[in-house]
Design a protein around this ligand. Structure first.
Ligand code: AMP
Length: 405
């Protein structure tokens, strides 16, 4: 069976999924897995599409020292034990900069251009590109497609896309890009199936995971995002502060003598829920903690989601639907309830039982705006884009035969 491999590479982990291309061009997830602890205590875990465990294997650190080794280890395991016939690879790439509006077939030139955006997403971009480059060198005939977290937001109007800086910086690429676009695109498509009239209207989607943002989607298109130039803006996240006065950064550098690198490290790794609570970056642990600082961090998170919802509703001139998605949004009824309390002024009320049971619609019947929980699936979106991008290229059909292994 012909399959597409979807790769989502982080700093020390490589997540992957394999999708079968069936005759009707539907995509079914066959395997999902990850290699964690790359270079430290590597461990390969994978399960079948139905959740049945397939492997849980620990490695020595030198057996999988980097992401390049991780992609080959995952590939070898898939080939040898799962008999996967790989015809293409789709990669999640956090930053497409000002140039990349659509997914793109990867070659050397594309990788060189994407490397320019490393400084815009230092925690993600280099890791996203590492397995891509390794595969291009070792398997040049295997088609690869880069799918960007920024693409869905590239249609923003000029007002949403600018900072009030001298215009030359905009020309250089200092723009409000927005991220989590693959997730928003998937959720917008799902909402069209669940509630077509709402999906055609003005919707806020809250992607609340270890990275968190919100997107204003009008008529199915992103019009505003809480994230901007980098993935630091907007909502507080697991370890990132969200919106912050740039004067604080100046203070840290000029008054506290912190180096720019140390400030960057702190902003990406030590802030957000972790920094506020001093307990954890994980909402599960915060919800289980009796520490008042943990409770404060959760309240703070809900407060900022509420503030940003007001901003996004203003961007659209109203609100017809609100959607929760990603790790916290899909799995924490308590956090959803805290947030909906903050949205009461919009006429939004919750059905407590529907919320507890994580039904698709969790608002009360009298709620002026319906509220949904829609599980995201960025990997499926990447697989679809990969197939679409390659299907547009005549060469793909003949390549499929050549690269099958
Ligand atoms: P993501 O980045 O979308 O995978 O989301 C990861 C985050 O979701 C974790 O760090 C947790 O904070 C949160 N999360 C996952 N499961 C739960 C749960 N059952 N209850 C509360 N939070 C959860």
């Amino acid at each position: 069976m012909e399959t597409i491999l979807v790769v989502n590479a982080g700093s020390s982990s490589l997540k992957f999924q394999v999708f079968a291309i069936s005759g009707s061009q539907d995509l079914d997830c066959l395997v999902r897995g990850q290699i964690d602890g790359v270079g430290m205590r590597p461990r390969l875990r994978a399960a079948a599409g139905d959740g049945a465990a397939l492997i849980d294997k620990a490695f020595e650190s030198n057996e999988i020292p980097d992401l390049e080794a991780a992609i080959f280890e995952a590939g070898a395991w898939l080939r040898e034990t799962q008999k996967v016939d790989l015809v293409a690879v789709g990669h999640r790439v956090v930053h497409g900069g000002p140039d990349f509006v659509n997914p793109v077939r990867v070659d050397r030139d594309i990788i060189a251009r994407l490397r320019r955006y490393i400084s815009l997403a230092p925690l993600h971009q280099p890791h996203n590109l590492a397995p891509m480059r390794a595969l291009l060198e070792r398997r040049p005939g295997l088609p690869q497609v880069a799918c960007f977290d920024t693409s869905f937001h590239r249609g923003h109007g000029a007002l949403a896309d600018h900072y009030a800086l001298p215009l030359r910086f905009y020309e250089e690429g200092v723009r409000r890009y927005g991220f989590h676009g693959l997730s928003y695109e998937y959720v917008a498509e799902r909402l069209r199936q669940i509630a077509p009239a709402v999906a055609n209207g003005r919707v806020i989607v809250a992607h609340l995971g270890s990275g968190a943002s919100m997107c204003a989607i009008a008529g199915g298109r992103s019009v505003e995002s809480t994230l901007g130039f980098t993935a630091l803006d907007g909502l507080p996240m697991g370890t990132r502060p969200g919106q912050i006065d740039p004067g604080v950064v100046l203070y840290l550098i000029m008054e506290k003598g912190m180096s720019p690198g140390a400030v960057q490290d702190m902003l990406y790794r030590e802030c957000g829920l972790k920094g506020l609570s001093g307990v954890s970056n994980d909402v599960r642990e915060l919800e289980a903690s009796a520490d008042p600082k943990a409770v404060f961090a959760l309240d703070y998170f809900a407060y900022r989601v509420g503030l940003n919802a007001g901003m996004l509703a203003a961007a659209m001139g109203g609100l017809d639907g609100f959607v929760f998605t990603a790790g916290i949004g899909e799995n924490s009824p308590t956090m959803r309830a805290r947030i909906v309390q903050r949205l009461a002024w919009l006429g939004i009320t919750l059905d407590a039982e529907a919320n507890r049971e994580r039904r698709t619609v969790i608002s009360a019947s009298e709620s002026r705006v319906p509220v949904y929980v829609v599980p995201t699936n960025e990997e499926l979106m990447i697989a679809r884009h990969t197939l679409e991008t390659l299907s547009k290229q005549d060469a793909f059909c003949s390549t499929k035969e050549k690269t099958a292994d």
